[in-house]
Design a protein around this ligand. Structure first.
Ligand SMILES: Nc1ncnc2c1ncn2[C@@H]1O[C@H](COP(=O)(O)OP(=O)(O)O)[C@@H](O)[C@H]1O
Ligand SMILES: O=C(O)C1=C[C@@H](OP(=O)(O)O)[C@@H](O)[C@H](O)C1
Ligand SMILES: [Mg+2]
Length: 165
């Protein structure tokens, strides 16, 4: 059975996509970002899927993308909401899951809260903070390790993960 070398979870702006790509390059492994898979399969951006079909449809596409990515090798970056869906804890059990932690101060500086993240389109700072407070317990339960990304460059976050996984 093939399974990922590392699976990155955490909120928007934690750096899952960026650090995942970096690690895959370092390790010469495939990189899978589940948002990219959904977007490619559906032929639409994530925000267009939310607008046209709603969040519930996106979550169905996302579940399929996550499940198939977990059956492959390499580095997997999940979208920020995937790890807290009801099916996720069982699907991620026994995998090398890393929770990339970040504060609102760092996340807001990183993502600038543009329209590419539909759940943060309205009142982004308050929405991010509420979302993180609700999700943190699930992120911590599902992850094998937590890596603090505050004040670290993506390279330094990748170094911290390499020391673990
Ligand atoms: N450790 C970091 N320090 C500074 N900027 C970062 C860091 N990690 C990611 N970024 C930047 O933050 C933005 C969001 O990163 P991204 O990887 O898309 O996060 P996620 O996939 O967790 O939402 C990108 O512009 C990226 O370049
Ligand atoms: O937090 C979420 O629910 C979401 C996070 C996004 O991924 P990133 O965490 O990579 O931004 C993307 O999957 C979608 O907009 C929903
Ligand atoms: Mg991402």
């Amino acid at each position: 059975m093939v399974s990922p070398r590392v699976v990155l979870i955490g909120p928007p702006g934690a750096g899952k996509t960026t650090v995942g790509q970096l690690l895959a390059t370092r390790w010469d492994l495939p990189f899978v970002d589940t948002d990219e898979v959904v977007s490619r399969d559906r032929g639409q951006s994530i925000s267009d899927i939310f607008v046209a079909e709603g969040e519930a449809a996106f979550r169905r596409y996302e579940e399929a993308a996550v499940r198939s990515s977990l059956n492959g090798p390499g580095v997997v970056a999940l979208g920020g909401g995937a790890a807290v869906q009801p099916w996720a804890a069982a699907a991620l059990a026994d995998l090398p899951v890393v929770f990339l932690d970040v504060t609102i101060a760092d996340a807001s500086g990183r993502i600038g809260f543009d329209t590419s993240r539909p759940l943060l389109a309205v009142n982004p700072r308050a929405s991010w903070t509420r979302m993180m407070n609700e999700r943190r317990p699930a992120y911590e339960t599902v992850a094998r390790w937590r890596v603090d990304t505050a004040g670290r460059t993506p390279e330094q976050v990748a170094d911290a993960i390499e020391a673990l996984a």
